[in-house]
Design a protein around this ligand. Structure first.
Ligand code: NDP
Ligand code: MG
Length: 366
């Protein structure tokens, strides 16, 4: 029986992780849970799973150290990091330093500090397993996390294009947060929904893929695939291509990470329809100018190195929050990030510098 800690259990990924665990009660024991503001859902979860350790960050004096202590519990076999944004970074680093097996949904950790985290993972013998569906698909197609990708020529990440695919700037200027949150194929937390609408999420996944699989950035590209059925394609150097397809349901990659590289049926919990290939239409398109602009930010900050990826990620988080509060427009998100990157004086990244940057972006007050 594996002992599990879940950070952000009240969120979209956290709740779906509990769905998988609920369906396999003899395999997993929940020993720690964290939530932020959703007290009601948290109380229900605590009643049902009876974890020994709980942290509610909105009412904890020092939330970051409480989360870091939770992930470092000696008895924890698996840590699921389902926090959104910067709040997930230091707990990822703490879990890595504790040498844990980490099922990582919080892609922002890798965007901000992927190189550092992968180095620490090797040093402390931590294992990072992606929950994000595209890197999960690359892993399922045979790439090894942390070990590079011998024999792999290129990977293609698919992107749905979000709710505003092909919309003109004139229309985009007026979109509301409610419209942007409505994703055409996935139901997710607020931040990643906005990141998907801007396509910044896909730039994040380029960076996530670069570090998880030690894949040079020029060997990562993106195809727009509106149906979100194919999650990634791995192109091998003999001309073979492996693709991973499934119904868009995050419980599939979550269970693949929890069961560590094993396909286990999760059907009895969600009964999602199986893919019927006689009825499927799979389409692929090139990113348009707006999408390419967002993706280019990912390539640009990766090439720049140092603090650039962290500034990209942190400025996006601030901009998304401003957009959700109605303080800036949808297109204002791109402008905010651009300004932050243009003003940045680049320097080497360290944990101290990350904390300093988070202070500069005032993330504690979000
Ligand atoms: P949600 O917003 O649904 O959940 C976030 C969780 O973190 C909640 O439990 C929330 O608590 C908690 N939380 C919020 N703010 C803080 C804070 N300041 N400190 C500590 N905890 C906090 O996010 P998602 O589940 O959608 O996403 C989680 C991560 O997974 C993100 O990095 C996202 O990019 C990634 N991901 C998500 C996918 C999805 O389908 N949702 C798909 C692929 C990746 P509470 O609700 O109690 O306030
Ligand atoms: Mg994804």
């Amino acid at each position: 029986m594996k002992k599990i800690v879940i950070l952000g259990s009240t969120g979209s990924i956290g709740s779906q992780t509990l769905d998988v665990i609920r369906a396999a009660p003899s395999e997993f024991q929940v020993i720690g849970l964290s939530a932020h503001e959703n007290t009601q859902r948290f109380e229900e979860q605590v009643r049902e799973f009876q974890p020994l350790h709980v942290v509610q960050t909105s009412v904890t004096e020092n939330p970051e150290s409480a989360l870091c202590a939770l992930v470092s519990l000696a008895e924890a076999d698996i840590v699921v990091n389902a926090l959104a944004g910067f709040s997930g970074l230091m707990p990822t680093i703490a879990a890595v330093k504790a040498g844990k097996r980490i099922a990582l949904a919080n892609k922002e950790s890798l965007v901000m500090a992927g190189e550092l985290i992968m180095k620490l993972a090797a040093q402390f013998k931590a294992i990072i397993l992606p929950i994000d569906s595209e890197p999960s698909a690359i892993w399922q197609a045979g790439a090894v996390v942390g070990a590079g990708a011998p024999g792999i020529e290129k990977v293609t990440l698919t992107a749905s294009g979000g709710p505003f695919w092909k919309w003109k700037n004139k229309e985009l200027e007026k979109v509301t947060a409610a419209q942007a949150i409505k994703h055409p194929t996935w139901k997710m937390g607020e931040k990643i929904s906005i990141d998907s609408a801007t396509l910044i999420n896909k730039a994040f996944e380029i960076i996530e893929t670069r570090w998880l699989f030690n894949m040079p950035l020029e060997r990562i590209d993106v195809a727009i695939h509106r149906q979100s059925l194919m999650h990634a394609l791995v192109h091998f150097n003999d001309g073979n291509v492996q693709a991973v397809l499934s119904t868009p349901d995050m419980r599939i990659p979550i269970s693949y990470a929890l069961f560590y590289n094993e396909h286990r049926p999760v059907r009895r919990i969600n009964n999602f329809p199986r893919l019927d290939f006689s009825e499927l239409q799979l389409t692929f398109e090139k990113p348009d100018m707006r999408a390419q602009g967002a993706l280019n930010l990912g390539y640009e900050v990766l090439a720049a190195g140092g603090i650039a990826p962290a500034v990209f990620c942190l400025s996006d988080e601030v901009a998304v929050n401003k957009f959700l509060k109605g303080e800036i427009s949808f297109l204002g998100i791109y402008e905010f990030i651009r300004r932050a990157l243009d003003r940045m004086r680049n320097r080497p990244l360290s944990i101290e510098v990350l904390n300093e940057l988070a202070g500069t972006f005032n993330l504690g007050n979000l």
